[in-house]
Design a protein around this ligand. Structure first.
Ligand code: AMP
Length: 293
C-alpha cells in the first residue's frame, strides 16, 4: 500500500498549466534543457510518443495545445475540430509532462496582428497545393511557439511529412536556436495512422480508412522488388485506393524527400510516398518515407 501510494505521488508530480506568454516566460528559467511538442490537442498515442521522446532527451518536456485558426482555410474544420482539454491534461499529467501551454486565441493573435512566416518552395506542392495558406499558418504559429517557449529541441511527427520539411527549413533559414527532431508515425493495429481527425469517422468509414496504409505498403513492396518508375509507383497506390468505394483520392505522390517534387524515377535520394484521401467528409493524410542512400 505504502509503495503504491509513493509511486502514485511520483506520477502526479506538479505539472504547470500556463495560459499566458508572460507566465511562460516567468517559469521558463526554472527549466534548463526543454523539449517542446506543439499540438492542437485531442491527444492520442502519436502525440504522447513525442512527449515521451522529449522527456527522455531533455531535462523537461513542454506541450502546447492550441487549435491554430490561421492554418485552416475558411471552409475547413476549424470550428468542429475535436477538443477535450480536461482529458488532454489528464493524459499529459499521467506521463509526467512538466509544462503545458494552453493560450487563448487572443494571446497568440491579439487585435492588430499582421506578421506571418512564409516558407517558399517546399510549400508549393502536396498539402501546400491542396490547402493554400496552410503552411503560412503553421510556420507562423510554430515560429511564435518557439520564441515564446524557447525550447532546446522541438518534436514533430513524420505523420505530417511536409510540415517536418517546412519547419526544418524555417529553423535553418531564420537561424532559430533549436534542434528539430522527427519521430515515427504511430499507427493503430490495422495500420491507420493515429490522428485527432479519426474521431470524425463513422464505424463504416473507420473500417475503410486503413486503405491509405495498404496503398503505401503496396508502393513500398513494389519499390523493394526493384520498381523505380514514379508513374508506376503512383499508379500502384492509386489502384489500391480505387478499390475502396468510400475513398476519394485527392492526390498520390512519389516525391523527392527534400524538394517534395514528383519523381520521374527514384534515384539515390530516396522517395516520400504520400497521399490525401477523403472518406466521407473527413480528409486523411498519410505517408511512408524511403530514405536515400
Ligand atoms: P496535431 O495535433 O495534429 O497538430 O499534431 C501535433 C504533432 O503530433 C505533430 O508534430 C504531428 O505530426 C504529430 N502527430 C500526429 N499524429 C501522429 C502520429 N500518428 N504519430 C506520430 N506523430 C503524430
Amino acid at each position: 500500500m505504502h509503495h503504491v501510494l509513493r509511486s502514485t505521488q511520483y506520477a502526479i508530480r506538479h505539472m504547470h498549466i500556463i495560459e499566458t506568454i508572460a507566465d511562460f516566460r516567468r517559469v521558463r528559467p526554472q527549466f534548463g534543457s526543454l523539449g517542446l511538442v506543439p499540438t492542437m490537442g485531442y491527444l492520442h498515442a502519436g502525440h504522447l510518443s513525442l512527449v515521451q521522446r522529449a522527456k527522455a532527451e531533455c531535462g523537461a518536456a513542454a506541450v502546447s495545445i492550441f487549435v491554430n485558426p490561421t492554418q485552416f482555410a475558411p471552409h475547413e474544420d476549424f470550428n468542429r475540430y475535436p477538443r477535450d482539454m480536461e482529458r488532454d491534461l489528464g493524459l499529459l499529467r499521467e506521463i509526467g509532462t512538466d509544462l503545458v501551454f494552453t493560450p487563448p486565441m487572443s494571446e497568440i493573435y491579439p487585435p492588430g496582428f499582421s506578421t506571418y512566416v512564409e516558407v517558399e518552395g517546399v510549400t508549393d506542392t502536396l498539402e501546400g497545393a491542396a490547402r493554400p495558406g496552410h503552411f503560412r499558418g503553421v510556420a507562423t504559429v510554430v515560429c511564435k511557439l518557439f520564441t515564446i517557449t524557447q525550447p532546446t529541441r522541438a518534436y514533430f511527427g513524420q505523420k505530417d511529412a511536409q510540415q517536418c520539411v517546412v519547419v526544418k527549413k524555417m529553423v535553418r533559414d531564420l537561424n532559430l536556436p533549436l534542434d528539430v527532431i522527427i519521430c515515427p508515425t504511430v499507427r493503430e493495429p490495422d495500420g491507420l495512422a493515429m490522428s485527432s481527425r479519426n474521431a470524425y469517422l463513422t464505424p463504416e468509414q473507420r473500417r475503410a480508412a486503413p486503405v491509405l496504409h495498404r496503398a503505401l505498403s503496396a508502393a513500398q513492396q513494389r519499390y523493394e522488388s526493384g520498381e523505380r518508375n514514379g508513374d508506376t509507383l503512383r499508379a500502384t497506390m492509386q489502384t489500391v485506393l480505387h478499390a475502396e468505394a468510400l475513398a476519394e483520392t485527392q492526390y498520390v505522390s512519389a516525391a523527392d524527400p527534400l524538394t517534395l517534387r514528383e519523381l520521374d524515377s527514384v534515384g539515390t535520394g530516396g522517395v516520400l510516398f504520400s497521399m490525401a484521401v477523403r472518406i466521407g467528409n473527413t480528409r486523411l493524410i498519410d505517408n511512408l518515407l524511403i530514405e536515400g542512400e
